[in-house]
Design a protein around this ligand. Structure first.
Ligand code: NOJ
Length: 538
């Protein structure tokens, strides 16, 4: 087991997360302890040593709360209990305790935009216009011709309104019809969520990743959205309307400030990391408020959606560095449960490109969030039409194949079951042949992606320059990205198909995608083969 890092190193109480590396677990697919083909909390506990050995300081679990799984956990039927498929509250407490013993803190997923249609609040709301929880949701009368109240479109396709015939009103759902949107103008909803966040924080949970936190509030007047133009994102052009009034309303920030105040009452302060899937970096910055009064971090989807190209990525990072308010801290990620894994999307399955992507993620100024499997360069799983479980994939196949491919089980070992589950068990989603890529084989190979990831994390967490030092771009030829970190560290990565030389660099190689170079001196110029990179100590 790796020693637990000292959270107060360098005298900075935020150091544990600023200088740390986080890891997203998709619990259904991480480790199955009871042979039902579905991952669970005891399974996660049984793999904590892998994460400690990697040097991870925090994990974010996609939802483990009670859910009928219309949207695989993102439709919550009870915010304060664990879904029996994953275990019990005792298991969660054990995970928090066992994680802490290894220097790993636990973040849960908070889903405040909508509930499941099976949540008791919504079940009650359906009983009539006078129901106690009716106003917890967004209801509106039909237009005179009986059609939906306005032209809002669900992110998952079709109108965002569902008619409830018994009461003659429509309710709003920005995702599936089984995910009714909450009405965040209602103070009772706000108070209910104050209690929910406290429930988990009192149990020792270290924070939340907050689902679609930019969507929580909708226009109070439910105004029609304007038509999309060719300047709008493709999904909005496809829908025909630009999402103006059902998302990104400024009042969402009031809610985040409210939670930040609650988080600040805990010691250590609990973390708020937002799913901030917004169009540009200016919009992202809004979620940091004045720097210390809203989110601690917002996922940067502009970076996530960028190509693995030096100029494109450097420009995004430079803009973030210029725009971030004082006291705010960036987050970097290349994969999650909603997008093709970085080993496929950025690297096309090429381990050299995977190493380059990991090198970038793990050396930028800001907290990296790896997604399970990134550390072994796991590519997307083998999903055919008949395997689909994601409702969105089922709806739009083959134009959009859904999100199942990035959610397939984690391969821990070669052989049947892949160490994810017992041999012969049918896994909830198909698993790629574990012999092709798994943790155990890479553990035994010092040249593997896994060992590279571990060395990169160790270098980062052990170095003030990489953990918390400043960022500055350095001159580099086309296709190469070079940057300085802190006082004595430089990172150079050749994201191109041709060899490159970067002049003006001296020192020694502290980390390289080709480990044979580690420890070697650099004297005035660094030569890099295609798709390779290094960290220099100057
Ligand atoms: C974002 C989550 O990451 C995604 O998986 C989910 O479908 C939507 N929010 C709706 O909750």
């Amino acid at each position: 087991m790796a020693p637990a890092p000292d959270p107060d190193r360098a005298g900075d109480p935020e150091r544990w997360w600023h200088g740390g590396v986080f890891y997203q677990i998709y619990p259904r697919s991480f480790a199955d302890s009871n042979g039902d083909g579905v991952g669970d909390l005891p399974g996660i506990i049984s793999r904590l040593d892998h994460l400690a050995g990697l040097g991870i300081s925090g994990i974010w679990l996609s939802p483990v709360t009670v859910s009928p799984n219309r949207d695989w956990g993102y439709d919550v039927a009870d915010y304060c209990d664990i879904d029996p498929a994953y275990g019990t509250l005792d298991d969660l407490d054990t995970l928090v305790r066992e994680g802490a013993a290894r220097g790993i803190r636990v973040l849960l997923d908070l889903v405040p935009n909508h509930t499941s249609d099976q949540h008791p609040w919504f079940v009650d709301a359906l009983t009539g216009r006078d129901a106690a929880h009716r106003d917890y949701y967004v209801w509106a009368d039909p237009r005179p011709d009986g059609s939906p109240p306005n032209n809002w479109v669900s992110i998952f396709g079709g109108t965002a309104w569902e008619l409830h015939a018994a009461s003659g009103q429509y309710y709003l759902h920005n995702f599936e019809a089984q995910q009714p949107d909450l009405n965040w103008w209602n103070e009772d909803v706000r108070r209910a969520f104050d209690d929910i966040v406290r429930f988990w924080w009192d149990r020792g949970v270290s924070g939340f990743r907050i689902d679609v936190c930019n969507m929580m509030i909708k226009d109070a007047e439910l105004r029609d959205n304007p038509p999309a133009t060719e300047d709008d994102p493709l999904d909005q052009q496809f829908a025909g309307v630009k999402a103006v009034y059902n998302t990104d309303r400024p009042e969402a920030h009031d809610i985040l400030r409210r939670w930040r105040a609650i988080a600040g009452g805990y010691d250590p302060e609990r973390l708020l990391i937002g799913e901030t899937n917004v169009e540009d970096l200016h919009a992202l910055m809004q979620f940091y408020g004045e720097g210390r009064n809203e989110l601690h971090g917002g996922f940067n989807f502009v970076f996530l959606n960028a190509p693995l190209e030096a100029a494109a990525m450097r420009a995004i990072v430079e803009e973030v560095e210029a725009l971030l308010p004082e006291g705010a801290w960036p987050i970097w990620t290349g994969s999650n449960h909603d997008v093709s894994r970085l080993a496929t999307r950025w690297a096309g399955g090429d381990p050299d490109k995977v190493r380059c992507a990991l090198l970038v993620l793990l050396t930028l100024r800001g907290t990296p969030f790896l997604y399970q499997g990134d550390e072994i360069g796991l590519t997307d799983g083998p999903i055919e039409r008949e395997d689909l479980l994601d409702a969105v994939g089922i709806r739009f196949w083959p134009y959009y194949k859904g999100r199942d491919a990035e959610r397939t089980p984690m391969p821990w070992a070669p052989g049947p079951g892949g160490g994810f589950t017992a041999p012969g068990v049918r896994t909830w989603l198909p698993m790629a042949d574990p012999a092709a890529c798994n943790v155990a084989d890479q553990e035994a190979d010092p040249g593997s992606v896994l060992h590279f990831t571990r060395r990169a994390i160790a270098l980062r967490t052990g170095s003030d320059d990489l953990a918390v030092g400043s960022y500055r771009s350095l001159p580099a030829p086309e296709g190469v990205w070079a940057f300085g970190r802190g006082e004595r560290t430089a990172v150079v990565v050749n994201l191109s198909d041709v060899p490159a030389t970067v002049d003006g660099l001296s020192g020694s190689v502290a980390l390289a995608t080709d480990r044979a170079r580690e420890g070697s001196p650099v004297d005035g110029a660094l030569h890099l083969p295609p798709w390779s990179g290094a960290v220099l100590r100057q």
